[in-house]
Design a protein around this ligand. Structure first.
Ligand code: C2O
Length: 495
């Protein structure tokens, strides 16, 4: 496949970075660490020395009880107190410690190309899911051991698909007396406002669960999966401050300083786990809802600090079975959605003559007929765009619209989270953009003046904490960038 070729250089770049890290020295002296920690107040200049090598995680060696990770909004009072105490203890660690709140947050910055000394990124590829799962695992162990409950402490998730405001305990009291609070959040959300209506919804989750291939859902060696930009990226941008430098949640160099980061990523991890659970369905193609089996994926390996400040390393293969190896589970209703097994290749073509020059979908006559037949059957239908470039200056949440004359149809969102300061102006990785075209397909494939696809900066009416909903007719929109893709497919349900 085309995008695998594109993955080559990026993958090599990652390996080069990893090799450089493996060869790097590890400072042990505490005076060195305190100076690093002081500098670490402001990545990218002060990122920590990356841990390298370390004892390999052995699957089966973690024999703690298997414990449920719960929603932040359904913790018992005792569980909540434990969570608060854990963050208080974490924030209170001496700067010489390798588990500190800042050092751990900077570990994330380090692994996302936000530090001057880390030329690699675990975002924008199939590293995304397993790396964050591993990071949360060790972070969870650190928090648990700080409250003397390594066995039973588990990180809670913010299930934004159900709880549309910031979980109350992370928000109030809104001061540093609250260890779950962060002073740099979007003011609408911090004040108790709702997420924008289209972000992190159950319907978006259902859309993602129609994708049966890991490449579209979770990425390849060189392209980020659809979930990463929406809802992962959109929620980051909704929670972070709404203008540059978007601290904390809206900037990968700082995001993990907000305790909410872990609740957000716990929910992301839950969605990955839930997607894998769909593999048990009947009548599916052999690889449906399964993780990649390529050695290049399974052998990805990263180093972390554990709860004893020891350097440990863990591979992607080690984290795939979280129940057996990492000792936690999630509980949620499995909602089976018919997977999309009809696939038509199409092309994004630019550009029509003014006034509406946006790219449109080019298909053969035969494909047009088949798609329109599926439209008449009211089959669920998605447009899957793989290898979508995003210009370096594009940061924030974007709406993808189908525009035909006066008609505008909202198809989906793209959330682009900026890296640390030193990455501003650098190229974002390639994206997978998945759009729901169930209602728009007929207009997108119209023979005469088809609808075009336009990416616009999200209008103010749809920003966090504001009740605004749909695009108003006649509303002035700011076109953001031209939608391009290395590969475009229309997928529909077989009925
Ligand atoms: Cu490593 Cu949510 O980002």
């Amino acid at each position: 496949m085309k995008h695998d070729d594109r993955g080559g250089p990026s993958r090599r770049r990652f390996l080069k970075g990893a090799a450089a890290l493996a060869g790097g020295s590890v400072f042990a002296g505490s005076n060195i660490f305190s100076s690093i920690n002081a500098l670490a107040q402001d990545p990218p200049s002060g990122c920590p020395t990356p841990p390298s090598g370390g004892t390999h995680f052995v699957p089966g060696s973690d024999t703690r009880p298997i414990v449920l990770r719960k929603s932040a909004s359904s913790l018992t009072p005792a569980e909540l107190t434990k969570l608060q105490n854990a963050y208080t203890a974490l924030r209170g660690l001496p700067a010489s410690d390798k588990r500190t709140w800042v050092l751990q947050a900077d570990m994330h910055a380090l692994f996302c190309d936000s530090c001057n000394n880390s030329p690699f990124d675990i975002h924008g590829s199939w590293n995304f899911f397993p790396w964050h799962r591993a990071y949360l695992y060790y972070y969870e162990r650190i928090l648990g051991s700080l409250v003397g409950d390594l066995n039973n402490f588990r990180i809670p998730y913010w299930d934004w698909e159900n709880i549309r405001t910031l979980p109350t305990e992370y928000r109030t009291p809104g001061s540093s007396s609250n260890s779950l609070w962060d002073g740099t959040r979007n003011s609408g959300m911090a004040g108790g406002g709702n997420l924008p209506v289209s972000d992190g919804t159950t319907s978006r989750i259902n859309t993602l669960n129609m994708l049966t291939d890991f490449a579209s859902f979770g990425g390849t060696s060189g392209v980020g999966g659809a979930l990463e930009n929406n809802p992962h990226g959109t929620i980051h941008m909704d929670v972070g401050q709404s203008s540059p430098p978007w601290h904390d949640m809206g900037n990968l160099g700082y995001a993990a300083r907000d305790p909410l980061f872990f609740a957000h990523h716990c929910n992301i991890d839950k969605l990955w786990s839930g997607w894998n659970d769909l593999a048990s369905g009947s009548g599916l193609p052999p690889n449906a809802y399964k993780n990649p089996t390529d050695a290049g994926f399974l052998n990805l390996r990263w180093s972390f600090y554990d709860e004893n400040q020891q350097v440990v390393s863990i591979s992607a293969a080690d984290v795939l079975d979280h129940r057996t190896n990492l000792r936690y589970i999630y509980k949620y209703p499995i909602f089976r959605i018919p997977p999309l097994q009809l696939i038509w290749i199409c092309k994004l073509i630019c550009c029509l003559p003014d006034p509406d020059p946006g790219p449109f979908l080019e298909v053969s006559e035969k494909v047009r007929e088949e798609v329109l037949t599926a439209v008449r059957r009211q089959a669920n239908m998605l447009l899957v765009l793989q290898g979508v470039p995003v210009p370096p200056n594009a940061t924030g949440v974007f709406e993808v619209l189908a525009v035909r004359g006066e008609r505008r149809m909202q198809l989906g969102e793209i959330g682009i989270v900026p890296h640390g300061e030193n990455r501003q102006g650098k190229q974002h990785g390639l994206q997978t953009v998945v759009l729901d075209i169930t209602k728009a397909a007929g207009e997108l494939l119209a023979k005469d003046k088809p609808a075009t696809l336009r990416v616009v900066r999200r209008p103010a009416e749809q920003k966090p904490g504001i009740a605004g909903e749909i695009l108003r007719p006649g509303q002035k929109l700011e076109y953001a960038f031209e939608l391009k893709a290395e590969r475009a497919e229309i997928r529909a349900e077989k009925r």
